[in-house]
Design a protein around this ligand. Structure first.
Ligand code: NAP
Length: 326
């Protein structure tokens, strides 16, 4: 068994990562790190956690526990300050190591990167498109994952300036800590864009595609799930074959048959992704839609998939992919 430590376990993505590790046949939890829950038993996070899990320890202690794989589930700024334990696979779910250029951090993330010289050591990794090349893995953002699953296989056959990504996410995308924008009275029966033209996932999508894109996220009145509708002018035919080729061997990403639309309900509570291609009858534009769970393929599922690949394990171990939940 390989050993795992989860850092910042009290948040949504920490809890979801723990869920995947508990279902994993070849990973064992050795340390649950949480500064807010240090000293508490695992059940303090969720009553369903009982029995043989270790109690929470401060994040620094969990980082030093000697785990084979460390999942960083912290806010961007806290993750940026972490020194990776030598020899471990480290998967960072935050944005702290996604941008190669440290000078972009003040504008897009609102802080100076504290360890700019370390950024080159991290791989930005989506297993189906660009697997990690070393033990330090920057797990992509939830919106970026959906946009790149839709667009990256088509990057050579679309007009860069035509690309628009319109995406919507459930409120868990904002994390467990309470903010005015996650109050039920704001979210329920409402739909609003936010960070219009200024969301921090735009530069990572642009860097992965090789050109900047126009991106607007929206907050959906649901707990979880994310849907990205991507528009692009194609320069050739054969887009469907490119998508099908890209994901033919993936246990995670499903290209839907012609005419079938992705749905949040089929991906919520899973680590799967659905991708579908359409052509706009009026303009001929390609429309590629991708649905994922923001906490699944958008966070914990992809983090465990990336960890599996870095550890040489079966990529789908621990992932939630089966079932036909309503
Ligand atoms: N939510 C998503 O859908 C999603 C998707 C992709 C990536 N991410 C990224 O993953 C990272 C963590 O996001 P998140 O959504 O898990 O954020 P979150 O739920 O707000 O948790 C973030 C951190 O807050 C700390 N925390 C302090 N007080 C807390 C409290 N009362 N309840 C819960 N947590 C508390 C936890 O650290 P301690 O345990 O040390 O106290 C936790 O690591 C972020 O960088 C985010 O951008 C999130």
């Amino acid at each position: 068994m390989a050993t795992a430590a989860i850092i910042g376990c009290a948040g949504y993505s920490g809890q979801e990562t723990l869920d995947r590790v508990l279902a994993h046949p070849e990973l064992e939890v050795v340390a649950l790190g949480s500064d807010s829950l240090a000293g508490e038993p695992a059940a303090a996070l969720d009553l369903r956690l009982n029995g043989h899990l270790p109690a929470f320890v401060p994040n620094d202690e969990a980082l030093a526990a000697g785990a084979d794989v460390v999942f960083l589930c912290l806010s961007h700024e806290r993750a940026a300050a972490v020194e990776p334990p030598p020899g471990a696979v480290v998967v960072d779910l935050s944005g702290a190591h996604r941008l190669a250029d440290a000078e972009l951090y003040p504008a897009w993330y609102g802080f100076e990167h504290p360890r700019p010289e370390t950024l080159a050591a991290w791989s930005y990794a989506i297993p189906e498109l660009f697997p990690a090349e070393g033990p330090l893995v920057a797990n992509p953002g939830c919106y970026a994952t959906a946009a790149l699953l839709a667009l990256a296989p088509l990057v050579d056959v679309i007009e860069p300036a035509s690309v628009v990504v319109d995406a919507k996410s459930g409120v868990s995308g904002a994390g467990r800590e309470l903010k005015p924008s996650s109050h039920a009275s704001f979210v329920l029966e409402n739909l609003a864009p936010y960070k219009v033209g200024a969301h921090q996932h735009a530069p990572e999508i642009g860097a992965a595609l090789g050109f900047p894109i126009c991106f607007v996220p929206h907050l959906l009145p649901v707990r979880r799930g994310l849907l990205a509708t991507c528009y692009a002018q194609a320069t050739t035919d054969g887009l469907r074959a490119r998508l099908e080729d890209a994901y033919a061997s993936s246990p995670v990403v499903r290209v839907l048959p012609e005419g079938v639309v992705p749905e949040l309900a089929r991906v919520q509570h899973t680590d799967a992704a659905e991708v579908a291609l359409f052509e706009d009858r009026s303009t001929g534009r390609a429309i590629v839609v991708c649905a994922i769970d923001n906490l699944g393929k958008g966070a914990a599922g992809q983090a465990v998939q990336n960890a599996n690949m870095a550890l040489g394990l079966e990529q789908a171990h621990g992932l939630r992919l089966n079932g036909v939940l309503v």
